[in-house]
Ligand binder design. Sequence first.
Ligand code: ZN
Length: 658
Amino acid sequence: MMKNLWSDTESDKFQDDLALRVYTSRLLGQDTSLVLHGGGNTSVKITETNLVGSTEDILYVKGSGWDLVSIEKDGFSPVRMAHMLSLSKLKSLSDPQMVNELKTQLTNATSPTPSVETILHAILPFKYVDHTHADAVVTISNTSNGEERIREIYGNRVVIVPYVMPGFDLAKEVGLLFSEMASDETEGMVLLNHGIFSFGNTARESYERMIDLVNVAEQYLVSQNAWDNEKQLTYVKSKKIRNDVSQLRQKISLVAGNPVLFNLTNSLRGISFSNRDDVEKIATRGPLTPDHVIRTKRIPMIGRDVEKFVKEYVSYFNAHKTNAKDKKTMLDPAPRVILDREFGLCAVGKNMGEIGIISDIYEHTMESILRAEKLGGFKALPASDIFDIEYWDLEQAKLLKNTNFLEFQGEVVLITGAASGIGKSCVQSFLNRGAAVVGIDIDSSIETSYQHKNYLGLICDVTDEDAIEGILEKSVCHFGGLDMIVLNAGIFPKGKKVSQLSLKEWNKVFSINLNSNLNLLREVYPLLIMAPNKGRVVVIGSKNVSAPGPGAAAYSASKAALNQLIRVLSMEWGSDGIRLNTLHPNAVFDTGIWTDEVLKSRAEHYGLTIESYKTNNLLGVEVNSMDVSELAAELCGSLFSKTTAAQIPIDGGNERVI
Ligand code: ZN
């Protein structure tokens, strides 16, 4: 339920009008039942003196790309009020024209693009204006007699505006209705099927009116026994669903036109909602508010029939595109939200940031739909209105501009031995290229070594078959599949002559450096063959394969055996399009293997100082983990798309290898 978060001690830290605008915007942003991930907007009108000494009224309105919860003063775009008011008197204005007018009336050229609701903010005759997509208000509004209920709840406290798409037309409609309907009692405005505005002469007044207005809507839901939704199922996932998940993700990637991440959200509400007998009926009527359309698509996919979903999406596009004046480019028809009886609520996106937004939006959507059902039935906007948002000129323009596509966007890589050295560096190289990364290691620091949404660190002993099975299940449920694997885990035991080498020591090295990789490769094979861009394997081999050293029999033999295994696999898996390539690094000293002790003994062995030992190669260069990891990532990219079974030294040039 709504909480008034205003604090006198906190607000004292925000002195001027714009600072207070920042403060209460953040208060709104903290409540996810009011706004989610960039939704909603706020403004303040301030009179200022410009450089040439004239006084101007300036509207500071939220800029695009800013989230209310973390907004700063720089997140508000200053536009000249006078021009906004003149624009509001025009008969019509296209959205691209409007955006141009907004941008060219900024008083600070480095400000973000002002909200598309800027003109609307300008015409409201209050200093502070707050706008949210409050769950309770859109829930009540999205029912068959929603308008009546809103009227009953608020009386003269709000002006009610029927649904109009955000932009110039909405601003015109608001201007008209406001001049007719507003009175001394007006505290806000409800935009049906969209959200709510509150106004005030101070930041506090406008904020507290928002809290109070939404609170009244929540109390109404309570009074109608429509607040508490049914208890959620507890959910025990059956083991071994990774092949089914990967298959679904493969199909979705295919219709999306590029690899996508697919996340089982593990939401309890999601699993109980997906198992309702009426899920198809109640979940496919449309979104809560236009703001959600772009990110979640019009409706979720129920079950796993991707072909059926795409067919329906294409016919929805064809049915509505003729209504539009301009030519529209069809977006990819892949679903963003999936409701499946076994998988529960799943989200699809190009990275985990996007997936987090989609799943948050749908968590709120499910609660609202269930509540609206108790008020006589959830009723969303007609498909034609939703189409106009999804295929808005402004959105289509963004689509054409979006060229910063990262090479491994939507793809997943598993890296073994990823807590330190080359493995840890590989995590960074793949994250930099947009991949989702599963890092595994026996060292517990693996879980926290990267704070990145696209990173999942799991503790795992690579020689434990059950543990490998467990991490594959976990990774696939988190990211949707597996496209690439970097076999890096290995040990380099203390030097020992063969005459002193026990079978136990030999076996230990083989179990980690060789046998664990056989097990892992066999287990990931069914996943790699479902990789949308074909599977790729990179092996971190060793110079020792072609130039072994005395005292390193177990290490050299295990790496040589792994090398041979990969050569055989490249023949067995070639017809599946899976590429396997090996790097043979040498003398990479910023790794776990090279303890000071090993480094010292190796240097002594060659009769060199540690410093000259480090650059003891033809090029006289030091080879670092990052040099190796960057090449490992490139081996998975398009540059090597026609190469398999390659063995590439990365050692600065070594005479014994040449
Ligand atoms: Zn809005």
